[in-house]
Every structure is written in structure tokens, then in C-alpha cells.
Ligand binder design. Structure first.
Ligand SMILES: N[C@@H](CCC(=O)N[C@@H](CS)C(=O)NCC(=O)O)C(=O)O
Length: 208
């Protein structure tokens, strides 16, 4: 049994989508980051960086923060949704691209374009442009590919919930047809639809 500490955000949804894809039992603990639950001393013991998601695996005793590390742990434990052979490192490469680039930059785009519109023209231009650049990179990568690193893997699951906020990023998905096709392909998976609504329903998966 896995204890999942999460909230209704892209980083949280990555892990609930993977758990649903794996079909393993898990208990959800909602950490409302709007109410500062992430700073509670009990949660900080599991996630010292005061961020969701985090997991505790009751079977092995493993306690992990950082969504990329959690995804690698769960996929390796269950030997699923990892790309085999040479493609393994492409999968890691695109997972790291999401963790180090796509997530942090789109997070800034949400901050300036959605939640603090009008406070900084410079930041809006900077992160708006960076969002477009990242979508172009993904669009090029998906040219002639169904998924980012061969078969559907944790790299796709990590990227998907960030793309689901294309509207917040002022991105027209129609301008990135390979990303749009990939997005629609993943959005129709029942496990993705279920995992997207953890820890609670906010909206349906946005459609372009
Ligand atoms: N690199 C971390 C980032 C996690 C992260 O930024 N979580 C956000 C929600 S998406 C959070 O918990 N924010 C609360 C805070 O910063 O106080 C990961 O991928 O797990």
C-alpha cells in the first residue's frame, strides 16, 4: 500500500496518474497547499522541501519527495511504464526535461500570466515566450512519434498534466499539432482520467 500526499496540481497529478495506470492500491492524503498544509511538521518529515507530491511505501518503508524520483521508484518497483533497452535513457532524458525545464518554466508562466496578470510586462513576455519555445521543442520531438521516448512511459505521464494547463499558459494547442495529437491520445486513457481527479475533482481534463 502506498500513501500518496498530493494536491490538485500538475506535479501531484503525475503521480496519481501513474498509480492509476499501475492499478496498485493507494491511500490519498490531501495536502491543501492553499491552506499551508505543506508546512505542517508531520508533512515536513516526509517532504522536507514542503512541496507535494510525496509518497510512503508501507511495504518497503521508502519515503520519497520529488515527483520524478517517485515516478522512477514506482515504475521500477512494478517494472512497468519504463522504456526498455536503448530507449531507457531517452525516457530519463525527457523526464528530466520535464522536471528541470517544462515544469519550472510553465509554473512561472502560471504565476505571471494567470495569477498575477498585469504586475510585470517583462515576466509575462519572458515566460510566455519560454512556454512557446518549450511547446515547439515538444512538438518537434513528437514529429513521427506517438510518445516522447518510444512506448507510453512515465516521461509522457510527467509531461501531460503540465500541457493540460495550456490555457493558463496562453498556448493555442492547434499551433502545435503533434503535441495536440499526443495530448488527445493520452487524455482518452481511463487511468489518466481517473488520476487527474485526485485528490478531488476540479475540472474535466481541458480539451483544445
Ligand atoms: N520538483 C518538485 C516540485 C513540486 C512542487 O513545486 N509542488 C508544488 C505544487 S505543484 C507545491 O507543493 N507548492 C507548495 C509550496 O511551494 O509551498 C516535484 O516535481 O515534485
Amino acid at each position: 500500500m502506498i500513501d500518496l500526499y498530493t494536491w490538485t496540481t500538475p506535479n501531484g497529478r503525475k503521480v496519481s496518474i501513474l498509480l492509476e495506470e499501475l492499478g496498485v492500491p493507494y491511500t490519498v492524503h490531501a495536502i491543501d497547499i492553499g491552506k499551508d498544509d505543506q508546512f505542517a511538521p508531520e508533512f515536513l518529515k516526509i517532504s522536507p522541501n514542503n512541496k507535494i507530491p510525496a509518497i510512503v511505501d508501507r511495504e518497503t518503508g521508502a519515503s520519497l519527495m520529488e515527483s520524478g524520483a517517485i515516478m522512477l521508484y514506482l515504475a521500477q518497483k512494478h517494472r512497468r511504464f519504463l522504456v526498455e533497452g536503448d530507449g531507457y535513457w531517452s525516457m530519463v532524458e525527457w523526464l528530466m526535461w520535464q522536471m528541470g525545464g517544462l515544469g519550472p518554466m510553465l509554473g512561472q508562466a502560471h504565476h505571471f500570466l494567470k495569477f498575477n496578470k498585469g504586475t510585470s510586462d517583462y515576466a509575462e513576455a519572458r515566460y510566455g515566450k519560454e512556454a512557446q519555445r518549450l511547446y515547439s521543442v515538444l512538438n518537434t520531438r513528437l514529429d513521427g512519434r506517438e510518445y516522447v521516448a518510444g512506448p507510453y512511459s512515465i516521461a509522457d505521464m510527467a509531461i501531460f498534466p503540465w500541457i493540460a494547463r495550456f490555457d493558463w499558459q496562453e498556448i493555442d494547442l492547434n499551433a502545435y499539432p503533434n503535441v495536440k495529437d499526443w495530448y488527445l491520445r493520452i487524455a482518452e486513457r481511463p487511468a489518466v482520467q481517473k488520476g487527474y481527479q485526485i485528490p478531488k475533482y476540479v475540472t474535466d481534463i481541458p480539451m483544445p
